[in-house]
Design a binder for this molecule. Structure first.
Ligand code: PBG
Length: 323
């Protein structure tokens, strides 16, 4: 029966009714905060394009982690800035590397906080690419060995989950095999399965000083124009043993998140990346949009599209708003 029998506005008439029929709820449990660890002590170095995010030395990060845990935030994702970079990304799989040291200290000091590590090489290579360069491009198969070693060393340091973000073919199988061979059968893999070659990573590359010194990442990260290819990537990663998959970036790719949710029964996450964050912060700092509402609406849209949890630089302020 058409109007006037049906009046959808009835269910929007008060906050109490709206709350009752709300389909998507946000919880700090479902946020993961990416953090950037640098060498040194007592350091909190602001990242100018991502205010108020900062690179932190391990001691400062530990204090931040106590706060993160106390707010009930789901976990952290650790990125590292090594002391030195080289052609072979040595710092990525060094048991004494920056991420490995940070994980050991954080898991000792704040054991209840879930620690995810990003497994990639671009922060550790002198050229800023995600693997071994042969003839001007990243060579897939030799890079798998670096990734597998990095994942094992993260697990050995105490990482709860490893998250490969490199987009090499076959990396999930290589990492799973290496973890199992080293008695880390119980360390889950969160795969950055559908990761696009996105302009929205720009501020992050300032944050970790990982901009490629030549060329771009289009020979390994996905073309933003493709959706079926994302399904294929996710399928392969699940077959290879990914326990959870991720779509990245988030807001420009809500359709991909929805596809993932409808097709697969593994947990789905999405990464609200640096550029998504910085756009909202910039507009808010100019007085053009309301920051609190923009952060809640953007996170709600990502959850509504089907993400079970979200990597977000808004984790702390959003958790405070929800408290
Ligand atoms: C590493 C990696 C990147 C991001 C997460 N892991 C950068 C890239 O692929 O260039 C981006 C995260 C962000 O923009 O917030 N490969």
């Amino acid at each position: 029966m058409p109007f006037p029998i049906h009046r959808p506005r009835r269910l929007r008439s008060s906050e109490a009714i709206r709350r009752l029929v709300r389909e998507t709820e946000l919880s700090p449990n479902d946020f993961v905060l990416p953090i950037f660890i640098c060498p040194g002590e007592g350091i909190r170095r602001p990242i100018s394009s991502m205010p108020p995010q900062a690179q932190m030395s391990i001691d400062v990060a530990v204090e931040e982690c106590r706060l993160i845990a106390s707010l009930g935030i789901g976990g952290i994702m650790i990125f590292g800035l090594p002391e030195t970079k080289d052609e072979f990304a040595t710092g990525a799989y060094d048991d004494n590397g920056i991420v490995q040291r940070a994980v050991r200290v954080i898991k000792r000091e704040v054991p209840q906080l879930l620690v995810i590590t990003d497994v990639c090489n671009c922060e550790y290579t002198s050229h800023g690419h995600c693997g071994l360069i042969v003839d001007g491009d990243v060579a897939n198969d030799p890079t798998l060995d670096w990734l597998a070693r990095a994942a094992v060393s993260h697990a050995r340091a105490g990482a709860d989950i490893v998250a490969p973000s490199d987009m090499m073919d076959g990396r999930i199988a290589a990492i799973r095999t290496a973890l199992d061979a080293n008695a880390y059968q119980n360390t889950p893999i969160l795969s950055y399965a559908a990761k696009y070659a996105s302009v929205f990573y720009g501020p992050f590359r300032e944050a970790v000083e990982s901009a490629p010194q030549f060329g771009d990442r289009r020979s390994y990260q996905m073309d933003p124009a493709n959706a079926r290819e994302a399904i294929r990537e996710m399928e392969l990663d699940i077959e290879e043993g990914a326990d959870m998959i991720m779509v990245k970036p988030a807001m420009p790719y809500l359709d991909i998140i929805r596809e993932a949710r409808d097709r697969y029964n593994v947990p789905i996450s999405a990464y609200q990346v640096s550029g998504e964050y910085s756009m909202i912060m910039a507009a808010a700092n100019n007085g053009w949009i309301d920051l609190d509402r923009a952060m809640i609406e953007s996170l709600t849209s990502i959850r509504r599209a089907g993400a079970d949890f979200v990597m977000t630089y808004f984790a702390i302020p959003a958790a405070r708003l929800l408290a």
